[in-house]
Design a protein around this ligand. Structure first.
Ligand SMILES: Cc1cc2nc3c(=O)[nH]c(=O)nc-3n(C[C@H](O)[C@H](O)[C@H](O)COP(=O)(O)OP(=O)(O)OC[C@H]3O[C@@H](n4cnc5c(N)ncnc54)[C@H](O)[C@@H]3O)c2cc1C
Length: 400
């Protein structure tokens, strides 16, 4: 019997598998996709991710592959803009197709067995064991059963494992996203300058931009379902019209064109689930998803995968992964991520109050140190709680 089966080879699953394999566990990762595979994402890793990437041994490779993101340019609905820099470290921008492949290859190099095109469709549990049914290919006989002492469900937002253990439902509300890789987007900085990421706000939507290697930019809009419906099925036309309506983008699109297809997804919103069941741990989006606006999802996935693996190692050593033994993992997640969830929910609410965003951006433009404190807290450079300081909030909202 295996020690652990990790369902999903995205960032959470690969990080978990790399840690488990590195500790000498017999671990297998099953993913329904074949890698390299794409995933709707803004392709941004916040500076907080560097620690996990370093501990699993791929920070150097990411530094060579990605573009650094030294900070953020935030553009308000009224066109006011503030460019802010992290006080330490850097974020990264790298297509998920590349990043996730590197992460999964790392898990394999550490000794994890990896099976692709392998969809987990059922879970049976007994004392000290968990058995998964894996569908491979099509047709009769295209499935197999594998058993392990525990399972880590890292199978993303629509997690089948979360559903199977009754951990809670998907977000019902939230915005829908439409993103594309653009070339020819005119920038705001001098040539050769390391461009910051950009986030542009409008009344009911926002647009995130990450500059990628090869002259491409990931440009993703998040908007309410009702607004998306008015595009009447013509995603391409709706996307370009929506881009032109952001005051900070209108004049920069003359040469821009999309490379590849537009990618739509959603709804994306806040959802936290119970992260443990008997013999099962959830990690990454399967355990909790937040609005992509704050760019924290990848950190929560990588760090969450690492925490899940460490919790798994503890319980395997101590004789068995019962729900009680695994409960410490849920507490640890709350301790480590609670602030980030709270900040994300507050920002989610503030983001669609144009007056507040206009004032906050002006305040950051006038006081760059304020902007740095803010993006440090959201980007994992400092504790997320740092942004909850009443003085900082008052200054940001232009009332102090
Ligand atoms: C539009 C959008 C933009 C975003 N932008 C950012 C950003 O710029 N920065 C950021 O930090 N976060 C961003 N996020 C959030 C981020 O993408 C997620 O938090 C992150 O992908 C979570 O990683 P994960 O490993 O938990 O799940 P995933 O990356 O979703 O990986 C899950 C894996 O599980 C596999 N799987 C699913 N079901 C099964 C099954 N039944 N059997 C086997 N395998 C299965 C899938 O094939 C997949 O490979 C964004 C999210 C969205 C939707």
């Amino acid at each position: 019997m295996l020690d652990a089966i990790v369902v999903g080879g995205g960032p959470a699953g690969s990080a978990a598998a790399a840690v488990l394999a590195g500790a000498g566990c017999r671990v297998l990762v099953a993913d329904r996709a074949r890698f390299p595979r794409s995933k709707p994402c803004g392709d941004y890793l916040n500076p907080g991710c560097a620690g996990v990437l370093d501990r699993i041994g791929i920070l150097g490779e990411i530094e060579r592959t990605a573009l650094p993101v030294p900070g953020w340019r935030i553009v308000a609905p009224d066109g006011a803009a503030a460019t802010t820099a992290f006080s330490a470290g850097t974020g990264f921008a790298v297509p998920r197709r590349t990043l996730d492949h590197i992460l999964l290859a790392r898990a394999a190099a550490m000794g994890a067995a990896v099976i692709e095109a392998a969809r987990v469709t059922a879970l049976d549990r007994g004392p000290g064991w968990v058995r998964v049914t894996i569908e491979r290919g099509v047709g009769p006989g295209g499935y197999e059963h594998l058993s392990a002492r525990l399972v880590i469900g890292a199978d993303g937002l629509r997690s089948a494992i979360a559903r199977m253990i009754g951990a809670g439902a998907l977000p019902r509300d939230g915005r829908f996203t439409v993103g594309a890789y653009l070339e020819g987007l005119d920038g705001t900085g001098a040539p050769g300058e390391r461009p910051p990421g950009e986030i542009h706000f409008a009344r009911d939507r926002f647009c995130g931009i990450a500059y990628l290697p090869g002259g491409l930019a990931n440009v993703t809009i998040a908007l309410p379902a009702g607004a998306l419906r008015t595009w009447r099925g013509d995603l391409e036309a709706g996307y370009w019209t929506a881009l032109r309506a952001f005051p900070g983008l209108a004049g920069r699109l003359a040469r821009a064109r999309s490379v590849g297809r537009l990618r739509a997804s959603g709804p994306v919103g806040y959802r936290r689930r119970q992260a443990v069941g008997d013999g099962v741990l959830l990690a990454g989006d399967a355990a909790a998803a937040i609005n992509p606006m704050t760019g924290q999802g990848m950190f929560l996935a990588l760090r969450g995968g690492e925490l899940a693996a460490r919790a798994a190692l503890r319980t395997l050593d101590q004789g068995g992964p019962t729900r009680r033994a695994l409960a410490a993992y849920d507490r640890e997640r709350r301790r480590e991520f609670g602030d980030a969830f709270l900040v994300s929910r507050i920002l989610d609410d503030l983001a669609f109050r144009p007056g507040a965003i206009n004032r906050a951006v002006r305040a950051m433009a006038g006081r760059p140190a304020l902007g740095t404190r803010f993006i440090d807290a959201v980007g994992g450079v400092s504790r997320a709680a740092a942004v909850m300081h009443p003085g900082l909030l008052a200054a940001l909202l232009g009332i102090a």
